[in-house]
Ligand binder design. Sequence first.
Ligand SMILES: CC(C)=CCC/C(C)=C/CC/C(C)=C/CC/C(C)=C/COP(=O)(O)OP(=O)(O)O
Ligand SMILES: O=P(O)(O)OC[C@@H](O)CO
Ligand SMILES: [Mg+2]
Length: 229
Amino acid sequence: MIYYQSILKLASEKKKGLAILIDPDKFDVSEAAAFLKRIPKETTHLFVGGSTVVAQLTEGTVKALKALSNLPVILFPGDYTQITNRADAVLFLSLLSGRNPEYLVGQQVKSVAQLRISKLEIIPTAYILIDGGHESAVARVSQTKPLSQDDLETVIHTALAGQYMGAKLIYLEAGSGAKFSVQPMLIRAVKRVLNIPLIVGGGIRSDIQKQAAFDAGADMVVMGTVFEE
Ligand SMILES: CC(C)=CCC/C(C)=C/CC/C(C)=C/CC/C(C)=C/COP(=O)(O)OP(=O)(O)O
Ligand SMILES: O=P(O)(O)OC[C@@H](O)CO
Ligand SMILES: [Mg+2]
């Protein structure tokens, strides 16, 4: 688990991870070099995925990124069809905030035929959708409701259930382009009970918001929309 170990190492050294999310649907492969110059120097990981991605686009995107960058490329799939062996690892997501069996376990079963013959590192990740102020693509595609930012207890219990089930990462997601990102108070409360790394994303557009998430205890922040053109 070398990619997971590197995230654990960041967390244990109180260094912070910054993942830039690249959505293959919105990515121009011919602009990949310029894109990689534009993203922050402190970027530690490239995530690739989207709620809705046209088949085959992920592979070309990952190929272009791997040719131009030494950063680890980690799949963040909205669907099992987004898996490509060209990446380094995959966040093996289960959408624990929702009650749609397809996104709790159905997609995961569908992915096995490909994953079992690939060398991708598989990182079990409890994915928790939090209300970001308007209906997110994740909510729409998964047909699930997000958890309220005010329902601290349910968010904490959901994250801990993920940890107890063996997740190696917890991902608090306000949804791509969220109006409100996950509030620092909520990040702090969740981080306090966990003993695995915490990833936070959705609606983080500024250095100030990113720093607030880090200060509250996020081990890694994901930024996507703000770097899309
Ligand atoms: C583990 C495997 C094989 C699949 C996971 C399938 C699950 C459980 C997905 C969770 C629900 C979901 C639809 C997640 C999407 C995650 C993601 C890549 C979000 C970023 O995309 P957006 O930016 O929200 O979407 P747009 O494409 O609309 O921009
Ligand atoms: O696009 P943004 O709002 O930065 O969100 C990133 C990521 O958490 C979405 O899945
Ligand atoms: Mg997006």
